[in-house]
Design a protein around this ligand. Sequence first.
Ligand SMILES: Cc1cc2nc3c(=O)[nH]c(=O)nc-3n(C[C@H](O)[C@H](O)[C@H](O)COP(=O)(O)OP(=O)(O)OC[C@H]3O[C@@H](n4cnc5c(N)ncnc54)[C@H](O)[C@@H]3O)c2cc1C
Length: 72
Amino acid sequence: MERRVVILGGGTGGTLTANRIRREYPSAEMQITVVDQDDRHVYQPGLLFVPFGLTHPEDIVRGVMWRGRFRG
Ligand SMILES: Cc1cc2nc3c(=O)[nH]c(=O)nc-3n(C[C@H](O)[C@H](O)[C@H](O)COP(=O)(O)OP(=O)(O)OC[C@H]3O[C@@H](n4cnc5c(N)ncnc54)[C@H](O)[C@@H]3O)c2cc1C
């Protein structure tokens, strides 16, 4: 029987958790769904570098397609 896990929050903790579970269980064995209020993930430490022009907002934000890979 396929197992399912739902992760509430697709920030740093949710992303790391989803990645670790996926490494342990292929998509045929485990369905992972990440639920978040936003369809974008912001890499928060990168925000420190934006005001200084050392990175750009588009480089630290990933969209909803990135989350799709966790779903099985
Ligand atoms: C400027 C800055 C620099 C940082 N630098 C570092 C660093 O150098 N090293 C370090 O270790 N940490 C750093 N941090 C801290 C680090 O980013 C946070 O500790 C980490 O992101 C926390 O992870 P989290 O998963 O708990 O929360 P988040 O990453 O904030 O994820 C929470 C997720 O839950 C979602 N959510 C919240 N409420 C709801 C709701 N009601 N319904 C649905 N979804 C919801 C949010 O949309 C979000 O995607 C920095 C933070 C900032 C702001």
